[in-house]
Design a protein around this ligand. Structure first.
Ligand code: 5AD
Ligand code: SF4
Length: 495
């Protein structure tokens, strides 16, 4: 490696701004290497980022793609054909891990005949020590492993790998941090959609729900200063974004630990004032921290979408206590009813875990009771997955697979029945739809999203993508709608 590159890579960094400058320098050097390689081979040098898991990972992947594009790599839709493949992993449930390792094994077979391929693994799984050890021991063809706290450092790490290749050296470059020492924003981002974007408002989680690995792999909760968030959203709006999704593991506790005195509700108000932003969503709310102030702001805002994702996890107060959730069956129901009373037509969706240690049929009856009383508009139902290192993993009374299946099936059936009933309530209405895509199955249709997060398919073409249109919801299909652009009166116009 030449001395000036070594110096950039190993430079002592003292501030976030210095780090940003260093990352930009790394991109510049990498871009030269990519350009040379492209010239020598007479073709584009390509990349593919494969994302598993949640919206946080989706946002991180946009940052990884942005950096790769700035380096001159060209997007290749076929993962197996790309020169650089980055897997942004999730470890929240074990089946995702198993699937990922299977997938990694098969790409290893492809790499045998494609020696130049660069494979990187990042995200929550690489942040877990045992999973990382498994990658290093059993998948030595992986070139780069980094974690959730140093996505911003990707350009430098990639440059190290590229330089290693130039020198004909082998080995896995590994870089893991145990905490977020820097919040380096303003690194390049390639958005999946030009008109909508996720925005991180906080990182990590301090809740330590007893079953959950997230606090161990995403680290301590840390809020971004409001001014930085608003600046980012202003830039996005100027770049054509009309919908933002504010992202955090527990957005309701936004602001804790900041010098300024600010709540999540106040932040929402500030986001609502940004010109050009027409829809605001957020993920995820913890029921224990949801304030009346937030309900008021949601009720009075024209921009905040009519949807709240409010993970229940279990309807049994006994199980909730063991889960360390800090609310009861009754207080959850009361909260959901208060939200429904104050915000008409709001959609409430949730997450439910079945098979938590010690869960009985009676506990699941309680969960079903909450599903009925709250009338969820949608629910993700998960089979409990034992995550090593979490308190629940060493609890006695792990539930048998047979019992889990029985209870999972009855919860799912009830959820589907009730959410279909909820969705049907707005049949025949005319509502705003943000058009997202041409329909994949039928190109004469476009697919958009209602404020309440339901999808609608209706006749239209590419020119509508990114626009908000009035659509008549003609036919409810359970969890989505078929519609028609509404005509007459105020309708039919592109808003
Ligand atoms: N097993 C099953 N589901 C889990 N979740 C988190 N940890 C586990 C686990 N160990 C679910 C929760 C959470 C969602 C993102 O994932 O329902 O809200
Ligand atoms: Fe996990 Fe609980 Fe934090 Fe959500 S709030 S990420 S379930 S620990």
């Amino acid at each position: 490696m030449n001395d000036s590159i070594t110096e950039v890579i190993n430079k002592q960094i003292n501030t976030d701004a210095d780090e940003l400058a260093r990352q930009r320098k790394c991109i510049e050097i990498a871009a030269q290497l990519v350009e040379d390689k492209s010239r020598n081979t007479g073709r584009d040098i390509t990349y593919h980022v494969t994302t598993f898991g949640c919206q946080m990972n989706a946002r991180d992947s946009e940052k990884l793609s942005g950096i790769l594009e700035e380096c001159g790599f060209v997007y290749e839709p076929d993962e197996l054909a790309a020169d650089v493949v980055i897997f942004n992993t999730c470890t929240v449930r074990d089946n995702a891990n198993q699937k990922f390792f299977g997938h990694l094994g098969s790409i290893g077979a492809v790499k045998k005949n494609k020696k130049d391929m660069i494979i990187g693994v990042c995200g929550c799984l690489s942040q877990e020590e045992s999973a990382r050890a498994k990658i290093l021991a059993s998948y030595p063809f992986v070139d780069l492993v980094f974690g959730t706290h140093n996505v911003y450092d990707f350009a430098r790490l990639l440059l190290i790998v590229l330089e290693q290749r130039e020198a004909g050296e082998k080995g896995t470059v590994t870089s893991i941090r145990e905490g977020t020492d820097r919040i380096v924003e303003d690194i390049p981002v390639k958005r999946n959609y030009p008109f909508k974007s996720g925005v991180n408002i906080m990182f990590g989680c301090d809740n330590f729900c007893s079953y959950c690995i997230v606090p161990y792999v995403r680290g301590r909760e840390r809020s971004r200063p409001a001014a930085d968030i608003i600046d980012e959203i202003k830039r996005l709006a100027a770049d054509g974004v009309s919908e933002v999704m504010l992202l955090g593991q527990n957005v309701n506790s936004y602001g804790k630990g900041l010098d300024e005195n600010i709540s999540f509700a106040k932040l929402l108000d500030m986001v609502g004032e940004v010109d050009g932003i027409r829809r605001i969503r957020f993920m995820t709310s913890h029921p224990k921290d949801l304030s009346d102030e937030l309900i008021d702001v949601m009720a009075s805002s024209q921009k905040i979408c009519n949807h709240i994702h409010l993970p229940l996890q279990s309807g049994s107060s006994r199980i909730l206590e063991s889960m360390n959730r800090h609310y009861t069956k009754e207080s959850y129901i009361e909260l959901a009813q208060k939200i429904r009373e104050r915000i008409s037509d709001i959609s409430i969706t949730t997450d439910i875990i079945i098979g938590y240690p010690g869960e009985t049929d009676a506990d699941v009856d309680d969960t079903i009771d909450v599903i009925e009383k709250v009338a969820f508009d949608g629910a993700f139902t998960f089979i409990y997955s034992k995550r090593t290192g979490t308190p629940a993993a060493s609890m006695p009374d792990q539930v048998s697979a047979q019992k889990v299946k029985y209870n999972f099936d009855r919860v799912l059936a009830r959820v589907q029945e009730i959410s279909a009933r909820q969705a049907a309530k707005i049949e025949g209405r005319i509502m705003d739809v943000l058009v997202e895509d041409v329909n994949r199955q039928d190109p004469s249709l476009v697919t958009g999203r209602l404020s309440n997060n339901l999808n609608v398919h209706f006749p239209g073409d590419e020119s509508l993508i990114g626009k908000i249109v009035n659509v008549k919801l003609t036919q409810c299909k359970g969890f989505y709608y078929i519609g028609d652009i509404a005509t007459g009166g105020d309708y039919g116009k592109v808003l």
